[in-house]
Design a protein around this ligand. Structure first.
Ligand SMILES: [Zn+2]
Length: 285
């Protein structure tokens, strides 16, 4: 049976190197279905989703991790999010045509921001310039600069699948240079076709058959949007009475669509009065 929508972690026992493999199918297709944009922008989203799940699995936390790329080029914004329990969503904002080429060609001057939002602590954020051949290279730079951990990623996406491979030095136990280099060279022989088509075990066997690899149980990944009427209400309240009255005057009601999942939220005059009066009550107490 083909492995789909799963993350698998593995460990090179005795070497101080860990790895992850991911294959997204239904979750990727659902995330993509809600996004407008040219094919090459969509494929960047696929890679970003595979990446953010793998990266979030390298950290112990409860909450969500957000990978955001922003620039002043044709590609404006790319967001990929994963929770600690592997629920993903993402969005793109871009022009109808994105040139083929490096990240600078697509995003112009930009930056990549990686945010961890733990449920019970302050968010943590790391930022690197959006420079390099692709997302995998800029993420490698990120890890070298902010975490000082040797990390390599391979990311590929097509219409039906998005897949990734990651290897990383264990934080507590720096690997020997020669061990790391050997694993890196072996991993770097992976092809787009192998990553998109093979299941985890055959792929690891093909790449690392002479290494001792411990493979952990598959973890399920699914598309799930965290939007809710309550969250939209909070955003509307922040706009203030005057702004909301203007929209009501003009359109009769307020319709807000979620950019991640296309769900529509409708607020009529009574709804708006209710949410504003709740605001007043909250301020008084
Ligand atoms: Zn949503």
């Amino acid at each position: 049976m083909k492995e789909q929508d799963v993350l698998r972690r593995f460990l090179f026992e005795d070497l101080g190197v860990r790895g992850e493999w991911i294959k997204l199918t239904a979750s990727w297709q659902t995330a993509k279905q809600h996004q407008q944009g040219p094919q090459n922008a969509q494929m960047q989203l696929g890679q970003a989703l595979a990446a953010v799940v793998m990266l979030s699995a390298t950290v112990k936390y409860n909450g969500s991790m957000i990978l955001q790329a922003q620039g002043d080029g044709d590609f404006k914004t790319l967001v990929a999010q994963s929770t600690h329990d592997r629920k993903i969503r993402g969005l793109i904002r871009c022009n109808d045509h994105i040139p083929v080429g490096s990240l600078e060609t697509q995003f112009g001057q930009g930056r990549l921001v990686l945010t961890i939002e733990p449920d019970d602590a302050q968010p943590y954020q790391g930022i690197v310039p959006l420079q390099g051949r692709n997302l995998a290279t800029v993420l490698q730079t990120y890890f070298e600069q902010s975490e000082q951990l040797k990390t390599r990623l391979w990311l590929f996406a097509n219409e039906t699948h998005s897949a990734g491979l990651l290897i990383q030095e264990l934080p507590s136990q720096n690997s020997y240079k020669t061990d790391w280099e050997r694993i890196e060279i072996l991993a770097d022989t992976v092809t787009e076709q192998e990553l998109l088509e093979l299941d985890c075990e055959p792929l690891l066997y093909r790449l690392f058959n002479e290494e001792k690899v411990r493979l952990f149980e598959a973890e399920l990944v699914e598309f799930q949007c965290a939007c809710s009427r309550q969250r939209i209400e909070r955003t509307l309240r922040a706009l203030g009475r005057e702004e909301l009255e203007d929209i009501l005057q003009e359109r009769g009601n307020i319709q807000v669509g979620c950019e991640f999942c296309s769900k529509q939220y409708l607020f009529d005059r009574v709804d708006v009065e209710t949410l504003l009066s709740r605001d007043t009550l909250a301020n008084q107490s």
